[in-house]
Design a protein around this ligand. Structure first.
Ligand SMILES: *Cc1c(COP(=O)(O)O)cnc(C)c1O
Length: 387
């Protein structure tokens, strides 16, 4: 089996696992305890926080550990949305049509149950949000703007720094979901200019079930999980010490090895794109042709059932994705693909291929040999069904 789904999740780096293991056994203390067991656990969490802060170029007390990328997005939108409304009365949320559900469903809930109004920013045909669109939509009633750094389904990278500048000119908070971006893109929060930034460890060779939210000092925020005073009172619950240690080690390594990892995945990714567009008729790249994550390619094939293609690929030994969370049985294109304005006959036939540290040239060659006949087969089966 060959794995081409690194955007869905990555295996834990063995060095990360090694760093985590002692905190399951001899150093099992609760970081809030006064005794030495607690002190050692607390020191591990403090040190992890410092590591993450140094990669993000911020202060350690601006880092809040959470249970996942989704929770970070939830905390940012709900927490800052509520606090901003309390402070200024603003109750509009501005976000794009191509966000991950962790942002878009949170925005929808804030509209339905909390009385906020959501304004959805259109994206262009590559899924990109333009700063001018934000400039046009933002107003004194906007509480918070949330635009993702890089798109998980189509790989497109947004001009975060420019969008952040516009938000600040208007005194509006800006959050970015960097969960997918952090594996490859620079995440210096000062040069990005963001107020909040979400991360999740399992997208960069850390464990699943741990995330972080950067919150710029002075940003108003209502906690969404109440209880003990952990995480500076903004996220109650005994810290998951081994996973926080794993998060920090994975993030440190990602930052240290960013250039090598990019050099490892980009040339084979470019080859996949070139070969597929050349050899498979009625195929196109989805997302931006150049401003995209270096390990990411995504396609649409006309007249193909994307789920069927995934099943055929799986049977042939390749783990890919349709680029959406949609499961077999739901043939509808994802919200992101719909937002690109692709015709339905194309959007249903989506395929996402994402590379990582384990990808070899042989894997790519085998894939490029296998895919074209499988797309043909999927097309034939779709036509047979309609007869
Ligand atoms: C994976 C992902 C999330 C969700 O992160 P989890 O840690 O799986 O909850 C959110 N946003 C983007 C862009 C992602 O790729």
């Amino acid at each position: 089996m060959i794995y081409f789904d690194y955007a869905a999740t990555t295996p834990v780096d063995p060095r990360v696992l090694d760093a985590m293991l002692p905190y399951f056994s001899e150093m099992f203390g609760n970081p809030s305890s006064v005794h030495r067991y607690g002190q050692r656990a607390e020191a591990a969490v403090d040190s992890a926080r410092e590591t993450v802060a140094s990669v993000l170029n911020c202060r350690p007390d601006e880092i809040f550990f959470t249970s996942c990328g989704s929770e970070s997005d939830n905390l940012a939108l709900r927490g800052a949305g509520l606090a901003m409304r309390e402070k200024t009365g603003a109750n509009w949320l501005l976000t794009s049509r191509a966000e991950h559900h962790a942002v878009s469903k949170t925005a929808e809930q804030l509209e339905k149950h909390y009385g906020f109004q959501v304004e959805w920013l259109d994206v262009d045909e590559s899924g990109m949000v333009y700063p001018e669109m934000v400039e046009k939509a933002i107003c004194h009633d906007t509480a918070i703007v949330s635009v993702m750094y890089a798109n998980n389904e189509i790989g497109t990278i947004n001009p975060i720094r420019e969008i952040a500048e516009i938000c600040h000119e208007h005194g509006v908070l800006f959050h970015t979901d960097a969960v997918q971006a952090a594996a490859y893109l620079p995440v210096d929060v000062q040069s990005l200019g963001v107020d909040m930034l979400s991360l999740g460890a399992h997208k960069f060779y850390g464990p699943k079930g741990v995330g972080a939210l950067y919150i710029r000092q002075g940003t108003p925020l209502v906690p969404s999980q109440t209880g003990g005073g952990q995480e500076f009172g903004l996220r109650a619950g005994t810290q998951n010490v081994p996973f926080i240690v794993g998060f920090a080690e994975a993030f440190r390594l990602t930052n240290e090895e960013r250039v090598e990892r990019t050099a490892h995945v980009k040339p084979p990714r470019d080859r996949i794109v070139g070969t597929i567009l050349e050899e498979i008729p009625n195929s196109r790249l989805t997302g931006h042709p150049t401003d995209r994550l270096p390990n990411h390619c995504s396609f649409a094939f006309e007249g193909v059932d994307g789920n069927l293609l995934l099943t055929l690929l799986d049977a042939a030994g390749f783990a890919c994705s349709s680029g959406s969370a949609c499961k077999t049985g739901n043939p509808e294109p994802s919200d992101v693909l719909t937002s690109l304005g692709l015709p339905r006959e194309w959007a249903r036939g989506s395929l996402r291929v994402t590379l990582g540290v384990g990808t070899t040239l042989a894997d790519v060659n085998a894939f490029l040999k296998t895919l074209p006949p499988l797309v043909e087969q999927a097309r034939r089966l779709a036509t047979d069904k309609h007869r």
